[in-house]
Design a protein around this ligand. Structure first.
Ligand SMILES: [Zn+2]
Length: 344
């Protein structure tokens, strides 16, 4: 099975219709998916001081030389499945035989804000920590909890050879591994176990992700981001464990690094759809990974515009069912995209 068609003609993504706004606004989906909270934040107290001079970073060195492998959790504080995985591995006293291993709890202060009654609140303290990694921003006089924390973590980031950033998703969807367009990151993503789909994109206009830091976007080091499943589910923790072990298993002598299948689908994002109004609504609450068969299918309305799939077999990547104005609403992806289209 393939998604999308190579070099197929494209249809426009955003189409304004000469009808009135109220005629065109669909009824809101009857019910948005509900969130169930099946896991609780881990007790990270043994690791918060760190062991290498940087709070929240546990660093180990093997006897033999080898790459510096870095696993990062809690870039988003309410996505603590990855922190559960790193905590479990630390309690098992996992150590590299070769190379160096850093296990990072990026923003435990945000996680400590987690409240099951308002579970989306603990994403950050001041700002999205996955938009602060542009060197000009890191070098600036700007300050925020997340920016200061990113500066603190930089010595780990700029020495990483392979970095896996552990996330999860608010809305239901197919787990995926996300990378930038550089070949090293894409090759690394294809070797991460436990998810079916690799997606390569060129980042966000709203800020630089950790995996797009120049260490990875311009150098030979590789980074990718795991969206392990929906937040707060035990199977998301299991999947994140498979992914982490597939990365660090070889250097730590762990045979469990072969659990979980390798990704089967290699996708490239062609279009990033940004909500231009506060009334962006999908026609149905699509799951991430949903494939729309026909080009030209209306998948959402954004004020007076229709949002349509530009080609057959178009994959919807991480639809944000309630995007704020100016935020990414959905990305379209296919197997071989050719040159990326401008943002819509
Ligand atoms: Zn996240």
């Amino acid at each position: 099975m393939t998604y999308g068609r190579d070099n197929a003609p494209r249809l426009p993504v955003r189409v304004a219709r000469p009808t009135t706004f109220l005629e065109r606004l669909p009824p809101p989906p009857s019910s948005l998916p509900r969130w169930k909270i099946s896991i609780t934040p881990p007790d990270l107290s043994p690791w918060l001081a760190g062991n290498c001079g940087i709070p929240g970073v546990m660093h180990y060195e093997g006897r033999r030389p080898g790459p510096h492998v870095v696993c990062v959790s809690l870039i988003h504080g309410n996505e603590f499945a990855g922190a559960i995985v790193l905590d479990r591995l630390l309690r098992r006293r996992i150590r590299p035989r070769a190379g160096r291993l850093s296990l990072v709890f990026a923003n435990p202060e945000a996680m400590h804000l987690f409240d099951p009654c308002n579970p989306v609140r603990a994403r950050c303290v001041d700002e999205d920590m996955n938009r602060v990694w542009l060197p000009a921003m890191l070098d600036s006089h700007q300050t925020s909890h997340e920016l200061d924390r990113a500066r603190m973590l930089l010595p780990v980031i700029v020495t990483a050879d392979r970095l896996l950033d552990l996330h999860s998703m608010l809305w239901p969807g197919e787990p995926l591994v996300l990378s930038g367009l550089p070949p090293a990151g894409r090759a690394m993503a294809r070797r991460i176990r436990g998810v079916d789909v690799c997606v390569a994109d060129r980042g966000h206009r709203s800020g630089c992700r950790l995996i797009d830091h120049p260490r990875f976007s311009e150098g030979n080091a590789a980074a990718c981001l795991l969206e392990a499943g929906q937040h707060w589910r035990e199977d998301t923790v299991t999947r994140a464990m498979h992914a982490v072990l597939s990365l660090i298993g070889p250097c730590c002598g762990i045979s469990a690094g072969t659990e979980g299948a390798l990704p089967r689908y290699d996708m490239v994002v062609t279009d990033v759809v940004t909500a231009r109004t506060g009334l962006f609504r999908f026609v149905t609450p699509f799951h991430s990974g949903h494939v729309v068969d026909s080009a030209g299918t209306v998948v959402a309305y954004d004020g007076g515009d229709e949002i349509r799939t530009p080609y057959d077999r178009c994959m919807l990547v991480m639809p944000n069912l309630r995007p704020a104005r100016g935020h990414t609403a959905v990305r379209f992806a296919r197997t071989d995209a050719g040159p990326p289209a401008p943002d819509q």
